[in-house]
Ligand binder design. Structure first.
Ligand SMILES: *[C@@H]1O[C@H](CO)[C@@H](O)[C@H](O)[C@H]1NC(C)=O
Ligand SMILES: *[C@@H]1O[C@H](CO)[C@@H](O)[C@H](O)[C@H]1NC(C)=O
Ligand SMILES: *[C@@H]1O[C@H](CO)[C@@H](O)[C@H](O)[C@H]1NC(C)=O
Ligand SMILES: *[C@@H]1O[C@H](CO)[C@@H](O)[C@H](O)[C@H]1NC(C)=O
Ligand SMILES: *[C@@H]1O[C@H](CO)[C@@H](O)[C@H](O)[C@H]1NC(C)=O
Length: 436
């Protein structure tokens, strides 16, 4: 009895002694980070904001899901006491799989121009322009999150990025200083942040007129109409595939693509399969074919024969609605004057991207399939990508808006929610009211 009491008193004391320090380390190490996303109205680009350097500078960056790395303009206005070029032969250089060492830079030393540094090819996927640029590390600061609200800002001293150039900013939204590349390689922001903050190697993307990106552990919560929903718990999953050949503008020999490819096996319109030559849906040895997801292409692009077959199936399924003259870039438009609306957009035929088996599909409702181009004119929001494109289907922004996508790099799989409108929420509804 006495011993027991003594032991429990000791135990209590221990708990008391240990818990404050436990709580402290807990709060220092975030489980997840969050980035706000806005859609630039004049370019349609998704813009996010990250702080970098010492002292910290907030940077607006265009988001590129398939971008190899974070790159920023180092030519103009890069001032930082913590800038650290990546030396040739270093561990960081081999992690980045750089095959290029720049021995001498005559205009330096300055950010972007130092002797004996590794280089990569920063790429502007909107203009399809690339250049060669110094690989470097600097302080990066983001907000942590518990999944419900943003929390404290956390920073890491050594996050790798690439130095772009002022000319490479051409075609990006006004005020933007570079591209936040979320590609699946080791210099991509997801891997870099997971490494720097010891997060789970996964990230969630939810795009809309406003949106959000989460790095690390789910849940990701969106403000519901009066309810608490964790959409991240009810996702469907399909494997992420590797395209063995780089799809970027410039690359080193033998580099695989860092873009996110998925295995669409068939497409159904209103429950009926669309005829597709299945060769086009597989990625061949030269890196042609297959399906990828893009955050820079506005509407899903399909190889010509797929597009023709798909639009034919769609026109048939929607034959009760009068057709009107097409409005470019679309090829199939309808008179919407007598169409009503539903919670998930115009009442259009359902489109399913079917994956590894018939029970894993991504259902696309009217809000994501149709585009209201003007009063009473509603078009199917898919475009013809011509013959022999590099990738047969590029799933574009209109089709992913208000869908939660989770890229799990550790498990190499994509989780997708279909439209959040069914859950009476949107990607704009993450509660950005700070708790910190
Ligand atoms: C870079 O290399 C060049 C050529 O070897 C040399 O003249 C220059 O001093 C070096 N710069 C620095 C900062 O070491
Ligand atoms: C960066 O983006 C924010 C939010 O969209 C905007 O308010 C701000 O003006 C932008 N800054 C620059 C320098 O363009
Ligand atoms: C399918 O596409 C491949 C590659 O474009 C082509 O070689 C093949 O002949 C096509 N098959 C059919 C049945 O059209
Ligand atoms: C379909 O694939 C999913 C995920 O890979 C698996 O869990 C499920 O059992 C499969 N269903 C059928 C009918 O094969
Ligand atoms: C958003 O989060 C803040 C901070 O936790 C909270 O005070 C507020 O009630 C939340 N808003 C809604 C609509 O739940």
């Amino acid at each position: 009895m006495g011993l027991l009491a003594l032991m429990s008193a000791l135990f209590l004391m221990l708990c008391f002694l240990i818990s404050p320090s436990l709580a402290k380390t807990h709060s220092l190490r975030p489980k997840a980070l969050v980035l706000p996303v806005t859609k630039d109205s004049s370019t349609g680009q998704y813009i996010t904001q990250i702080s970098q350097r010492t002292p910290l500078v907030p940077l607006n960056l265009t988001l590129d899901l398939g971008g190899q790395s974070l790159w920023v303009d180092c030519d103009q206005g890069y001032v930082s006491s913590s800038y650290n070029p990546v030396k040739c032969g270093s561990a960081q250089c081999s992690l980045a799989k750089s095959q290029s060492c720049s021995e001498t830079c005559f205009n330096g030393p300055k950010p972007g121009c130092n002797n004996n540094t590794c280089s990569l090819f920063p790429y502007n996927s909107l203009t399809q322009t690339s250049t060669i640029g110094e690989l470097a590390q600097d302080v990066l600061s983001l907000q942590s999150t518990d999944g419900f609200n943003p929390g404290k800002h956390v920073s890491s001293p050594q996050v790798m990025f690439t130095c772009g150039a002022t000319f490479l900013l051409e075609g990006l939204a006004k005020g933007v200083k570079g591209i936040a590349g979320l590609g699946r390689g080791k210099v991509g922001l997801p891997f870099q942040l997971a490494n720097a903050f010891r997060l789970k190697r996964k990230f969630g993307v939810c795009l809309g007129s406003k949106g959000v990106i989460f790095f690390g552990k789910s849940p990701y919560k969106f403000l519901p109409a009066g309810r608490d929903i964790s959409i991240s718990k009810s996702l469907s999953y399909t494997p992420l595939l590797i395209n063995p050949v780089s799809t970027a503008g410039a690359s080193f020999a033998g580099e695989p693509s860092v873009e996110y490819f998925i295995g669409v096996k068939s497409i159904m319109v209103a429950g009926k399969p669309v005829y597709i030559n299945s060769t086009l849906l597989t990625i061949n040895k030269e890196g042609y074919g297959g399906t990828k997801i893009s955050s820079v292409v506005p509407y899903t692009v399909m190889e010509t024969s797929i597009y023709k077959s798909f639009t034919k199936g769609f026109a048939k399924a929607f034959s009760g609605v009068p057709r009107v003259k097409s409005v470019a870039p679309f090829g199939l438009c309808f008179d919407s004057s007598k169409l009503g609306s539903t919670r998930v957009g115009p009442p259009a035929p359902l489109i399913d991207f079917v994956f590894q088996n018939a029970s894993v599909y991504w259902r696309v409702f009217g809000a994501n399939s149709m585009v209201q181009v003007k009063k009473d004119v509603l078009c199917l929001g898919f475009v013809d990508g011509g013959e022999n494109p590099r990738t047969s289907i590029v799933i574009g922004v209109h089709q992913v808006e208000d869908n939660l996508l989770q890229f799990d790099l550790a498990k190499s799989r994509l989780g997708f929610s279909s439209t959040l409108l069914f859950h009476q929420t949107t990607c704009s509804n993450f509660n950005f009211t700070s708790n910190a």
